[in-house]
Design a protein around this ligand. Structure first.
Ligand code: HDD
Length: 706
């Protein structure tokens, strides 16, 4: 039987759209409302009446508007898009949506982990990266993060990890931050989290944009071919715009100036047609190689270096449509790593196995019962058919008297695939043989080699940022024992790292792990620490975010043009044209909103000012020529703007007349300060420097904190 999708996800959802334009106001039951301002009263000044069904209808709904926020990943932003499979991997999987040329609708939700629903986007935190594929065989959810490893190895520890990182239970402080005692208490007692802690303290945890972060399925999954043969697989999402971060000082300021920074950036770019794209990459591990590596592929605190198994790019995802309604779509979307389709199965990773229960359970609670999969955003784009019925808020109307199987009264329908000679979902027929134990495999006992590999693979500025991040976080820990315990863990990873962090905390790193850390580790591995493991590689280039020479793009980057009355139109236009040719955007920032007159005559409307738009909202800064320079000289906001940009290692360009402004500032000439007088084509020099993302050398040379 040919499988056909009857409609795309978008068309399916459009059937639920409600458009209020030109419509009469009604109650929830459609009864027209005469007056939406006044409750029903006994006389103009009299008491309200019990029979005011219109008021009750309105308030009853309002009183129940909130649903429980997600217990983790509460803060999120979503978008619709398409995934297109470009390579042939039919040898490994029969998953329909992974067949070459297939296009599949997707919904993606990005999130932070620890903060509440209304918390800042710029927290130092892991980012969630969840993709729901609406495939012809039902929904497949890839619920990953922007970091390829996790804090813990077994799902049993998950509630403890989350309790430790969330605000402390007595005073509910701090919000969306891991810099507090309980988090580091837990981490310093769980050496298995050392590797992930390194990633969380790296710039990966403060992305420049949701569009500029990688995604990882993290766990090892299984691809299954038609005959049931399994191949282990790791999934990667590689952003076309590169992987970029902000500076920590910038992140803190952004949280104040625009705590919706990432959400707005995603929304605005999709509205502008700058559709973000990621390539899907896979690492394949033949079944027979399961035990070949220095790490256990079932251990979610480990990744597979790309030098050991290359990432093959097989498809591309494009996000091209914003949700119509945040609550209906982004809030109600229900992800679950257990939503699997034929051709994909889970591995025995104990973290993944535990997730299968938790997501389904939490959606049932959060979305009020077992029919959450009938909500438009969660509904599969192929119609579901089964004998499940009833439950809160059931929307599907099951026809006929039959809701059981087997039956003869409905000719056995809905029938099992096998009865029709076709294949439905098949689990991998793995042979399992083992005693029932609550135990951790010693193949999970190496906690530091990959943390070291990660650190060794970072560029110097990235290493410095990791030192700064640990120093910041541990300085906020009040219990000195916890600080010492964590520095002892860092010493197992890298002595220089531990010494530098220790120096900022007045701690001499201990050579040995703390007794309490050892005690907890020995609960899982009685002979802990075990022999040191030799990793396959000492360094992996893919782990660094450093932009390679002659690579990088400035597409969708925002450049602030600092202008005043009398600015040269030519100077503005020339630079703007050069930037737009590369896909960047020029934004004029003035003292006040409204018209501004050019040197050459004519006006431009200023929509952004120093009041609303600080430097942290922009990737680079340009000061054009014109009479404006004299006014800028007397404007302290101008200097604050360029000083902040300079401090955050951004590229600054100055047209000829504007160079005189430098004398009044603390900006010193370096590779990232571009002067018109130095080059006949200074816009190209500016653009090329911007492609490097930041001038991180400035931190070391100038001692500017970022
Ligand atoms: Fe989880 C949400 C990612 C381990 C239990 N998780 C959630 C979301 C993401 C992740 C991206 C947000 C989904 C959305 O956008 O709606 N979680 C991960 C990753 C993990 C991981 C990458 C490890 C590799 N999670 C994990 C474990 C458990 C959970 C071990 C429990 C045993 N996660 C949940 C949850 C959440 C959730 C409680 C909260 C809201 C939700 O599920 O929908 O079930």
């Amino acid at each position: 039987m040919e499988k056909k999708r009857s409609f795309t996800k978008g068309e399916q959802m459009n059937k639920h759209l409600v458009d209020n334009s030109d419509q009469k106001l009604t109650t929830n039951d459609g009864s027209p409302i005469f007056d939406n301002n006044n409750t029903l009263k006994a006389g103009e000044r009299g008491p309200s009446l019990q029979q005011d069904h219109i008021y009750f209808d309105k308030l009853m709904h309002f009183d129940r508007e909130r649903i429980p926020e997600r217990v983790v990943h509460a803060r999120g932003s979503g978008a619709h898009g398409t995934f297109e499979m470009k390579e042939d991997i039919s040898k490994y999987t029969c998953a329909q949506f992974l067949q070459k040329g297939k296009k599949t609708d997707v919904f993606v939700r990005f999130s932070t982990v620890a903060g509440f629903k209304g918390s800042t986007d710029l927290a130092r935190d892991v980012r969630g990266f969840s993709v729901k594929f609406y495939t012809e065989d039902g929904n497949y959810d890839l619920v990953g993060n922007n970091i390829p490893v996790f804090f813990i190895q077994d799902a049993m520890n998950f509630p403890d990890l989350i309790h430790a990182v969330k605000p402390e239970p007595n005073n509910e402080i701090p919000q969306a931050a891991s810099a507090h005692d309980t988090f580091w208490d837990f981490i310093s007692l769980m050496p298995e989290s050392a590797h992930m802690a390194m990633w969380a303290m790296s710039d990966r945890a403060i992305p420049r944009s949701l569009r500029m972060m990688e995604g990882f399925g993290i766990h090892t999954f299984k691809l299954l071919d038609k005959s049931g043969k399994s191949t282990f697989v790791k999934f990667h999402w590689k952003p076309k715009l590169g992987v970029h971060s902000v500076a920590w000082n910038e992140a803190q300021k952004l949280s104040g100036f625009n705590s919706d920074y990432h959400r707005q950036d995603l929304w605005e770019n999709i509205e502008k047609g700058n559709f973000p794209q990621w390539d899907l990459g896979i690492q394949l591990i033949p079944e027979e190689d399961e035990l070949k590596y220095s790490f256990d592929i079932l251990d979610a605190t480990k990744f597979i270096p790309e030098e050991v198994i290359p990432v093959q790019i097989v498809g591309t995802m494009t996000l091209n449509r914003n949700p119509e309604n945040f609550f209906a779509e982004t809030e109600q979307v229900a992800f679950d790593p257990g939503r699997l389709v034929p051709g994909i199965d889970v591995s025995n990773d104990p973290l993944l196995q535990g997730r299968i229960f938790s997501y389904m359970d939490t959606q049932n609670y959060r979305l009020g019962g077992p029919n959450f999969h009938e909500l438009p955003i969660n509904k599969s784009s192929n119609q579901k058919h089964n004998n499940q019925k009833d439950g809160f808020s059931r929307m599907d109307i099951l026809k006929g008297e039959v809701s059981y199987f087997p039956n003869s009264k409905a000719s056995g329908c809905p029938y099992q695939a096998m009865l029709n000679g076709t294949e439905g979902y098949q689990s991998h027929k793995e042979v399992v043989d083992g005693a029932k134990v609550r135990q951790r495999s010693d193949s999970f006992a190496d906690h530091f080699s990959q943390a070291r590999l990660f650190y060794n693979s970072q560029s110097q500025p990235e290493k410095d940022h990791i030192v700064n991040a640990f120093s910041f976080e541990l300085s906020k820990v009040s219990d000195s024992k916890i600080r010492e315990r964590q520095v002892a863990i860092l010493n197992q990873i890298d002595a220089d790292l531990a010494t530098k962090v220790g120096a900022n905390l007045s701690i001499t790193p201990s050579k040995e792990l703390d007794e309490m850390t050892l005690k907890f580790a020995r609960q899982n591995h009685p002979n802990y620490p075990l022999d040191k493991v030799k990793t396959e590689v000492d360094k992996s280039e893919a782990l660094s975010m450093k932009v390679k020479k002659n690579e990088g793009t400035i597409q969708t980057r925002k450049v602030a043009f600092l202008v005043e009355e009398g600015v040269s139109k030519k100077s503005v236009e020339d630079m703007k044209k050069a930037l737009e040719k590369e896909g960047a955007e020029a934004v004029l920032i003035g003292k006040k909103v409204g018209p501004l007159t050019f040197l050459e005559g004519g006006t431009v409307t200023i929509a952004h000012t120093y009041l609303t738009d600080p430097s942290v909202l922009y990737d680079a800064v340009f000061t054009p020529n014109g009479k404006s320079i004299e006014l800028l000289k007397r404007n302290p906001d101008y200097f604050e703007f360029i000083h902040d940009a300079y401090k955050h290692c951004k590229v600054l360009a100055f047209a000829k007349d504007a160079e005189s402004l430098l004398q009044k500032s603390f900006v010193e000439k370096d590779n990232g300060v571009i002067l018109e007088k130095d080059s006949s084509d200074y816009s190209s020099v500016f653009i090329n420097m911007m492609k490097q993302h930041r001038v991180w050398e400035r931190e070391a040379a100038r001692k500017v904190p970022s």
